[in-house]
Write a protein that binds this ligand. Structure first.
Ligand SMILES: [Fe+2]
Length: 472
């Protein structure tokens, strides 16, 4: 195999691994609580072959890493998502697809690319209706066997899903209902959107088509007891740009943000679109409403990172901070009020999922110890801290791993009946000095005390985006 190209997202922490392995019993330092029983799945980009075309790390082949906790021991297994695209490249023995512009694909594969339903399955992984589903927002879910991580293929909800599924679906912990949306449903870079409701058993029960104010990348949304919020922010999609060989996605702040608010039990015919200043949010921590006032915590950027302006010029470095959004739906002309509540960076937020869509107190996310220099050439920031925020008092409890990268945390309650926060936080870190990764376990309310235990992987687990916990 050729060497990885000179691209910061293919080197160091980001350099893909070239194997699938089983490690049945990782070396443990400290103590892994015996009551932690289940599997923490992580999904991220790990290209099978060195890209021949321009590479964007949102488009590397998905690889799942599964860490199974049982009675104080931890095993590790990793497998690629063997999508159709993965299998074609394996058969052809090299890289054939463009990471940035699908129309730049080898002409003999263009028909496939334009009709591909699986993509690279690299962004999120969820457990719903007894299925382990890998999600990338431009494609259908891709199913894996939860034990072996064997690839099982496209999951279309018994034929009911005809388009893509967002990477960030939200489950109501009280009913088990899963809500998700699709975008670009009338073809690439169109305004078409759909909202879907899925029963706890995994059946789509309702679907509604509607239109966004403009074509945009819509990575996450918010559900509260009484509202569904679709944040359309100006990271826009354009077929014209794609046809002319540019990045189809670009930052167009002049379009402003448009925040769609819909009653939870309504339909898109009831949507109210609120004009707001431009900003970009990949991930929302949680949202809730009281007496018609919606409150949301969001990891907010001034502009979308990693993408160019419509002119093709790259946008400058930017970092997300925790921001509180509020919308008073009692007003005749509701406004979005935004207030920054942190300045050390905040991304990849998680909560105790039993409190999703409701009043809650604690969130955990990745942030930055600004004393440590950034190790990647195109950023002045490294995510090297795990933080807990108390959204009621604003108190932040943080632990810095100094020269290590951290990933999106995962909260696991001590038991099904434990109080909010009485449990553990898991975080997969990468140590730049040893080029190895550790699965770390914290007491969830004592983050600054550092990990109480680490399960040590003997090699690097490259960058991953999102994960899920499935209890034993
Ligand atoms: Fe995401």
């Amino acid at each position: 195999m050729k060497a990885w190209p000179d691209n910061p997202f293919l080197q160091g922490y980001y350099e893909p691994i070239t194997f699938e392995a089983n490690a049945p019993d990782l070396v443990v330092e400290g103590e892994i609580p015996k009551e932690l029983k289940g599997t923490f799945y992580r999904n991220g980009p790990n290209p099978q072959f060195p890209p021949e075309n321009e590479y964007h790390f949102f488009t590397g082949d998905g690889m799942v890493h599964a860490f199974t906790f049982d009675n104080g021991r931890v095993s590790h297994r990793n497998r690629w998502a063997k999508t159709q695209r993965f299998n074609i490249e394996k058969r052809l023995g090299g890289s054939y697809f463009s990471g940035v512009n699908p129309l730049a694909t080898d002409p003999k594969l263009l028909d496939f690319v334009l009709n591909d339903q699986q993509g690279v399955a690299n962004t999120n992984i969820i457990w719903h209706g007894g299925r382990l589903l890998l999600l990338t927002e431009g494609f259908m879910p891709f199913e894996m066997d939860p034990k072996t991580l064997d690839s099982l293929g496209t999951w279309d909800f018994y034929g009911k899903l005809k388009t893509s599924m967002t990477a960030h679906a939200h489950r109501d912990p009280r009913t088990g209902e899963l809500l998700f949306y699709s975008y670009w449903t009338n073809g690439p870079f169109t305004e078409g959107m759909e909202l879907h409701r899925v029963s706890s058993e995994g059946f789509i029960t309702e679907s509604y088509a509607f239109e966004a104010p403009y074509s945009a990348m819509i990575h996450d949304f918010v559900v509260t007891d009484n509202y569904i919020i679709f944040p359309v922010m100006p990271l826009t999609g354009s077929m014209d740009r794609a046809m002319s060989g540019q990045s189809p996605l670009a930052w167009e702040p002049e379009k402003g943000s448009r925040i769609g608010v819909m009653p939870r039990m309504g339909t898109p015919a009831d949507l109210v679109w609120i004009d707001a200043d431009p900003c970009y949010v990949f991930h929302f921590m949680n949202g809730r409403d009281r007496n018609g006032v919606i409150t949301i915590e969001a990891c907010e950027f001034e502009h979308a990172p990693l993408f160019p302006y419509a002119s093709g010029e790259m946008t400058p470095n930017t970092h997300p901070n925790m921001s509180r959004w509020s919308i008073d739906m009692n007003e005749s002309d509701p406004k979005l009020i935004r207030q920054t509540i942190g300045d050390r960076g905040a991304e990849f937020p998680v909560i105790d999922s039993r409190f999703a869509m409701q009043e809650y107190r604690y969130g955990w996310y990745t942030s930055t110890d600004l004393k440590v220099p950034a190790p990647i050439p195109d950023s002045d920031f490294i995510y090297n801290c795990v933080d807990r925020i108390d959204v009621v008092t604003g108190e932040v409890d943080s632990y810095s791993f100094d020269n290590c990268y951290v990933t999106e945390p995962m909260y696991v309650p001590r038991s099904d009946s434990a109080q909010e926060g009485d449990g553990y936080v898991l975080d997969l870190i990468y140590n730049r000095d040893t080029n190895t990764s550790d699965m770390c376990v914290f007491n969830a309310l004592e983050i600054s005390a550092g990990p109480i235990g680490r399960a040590k992987v003997s090699h690097r687990v490259p960058v991953s985006f999102h994960g899920t916990w499935v209890g034993a």
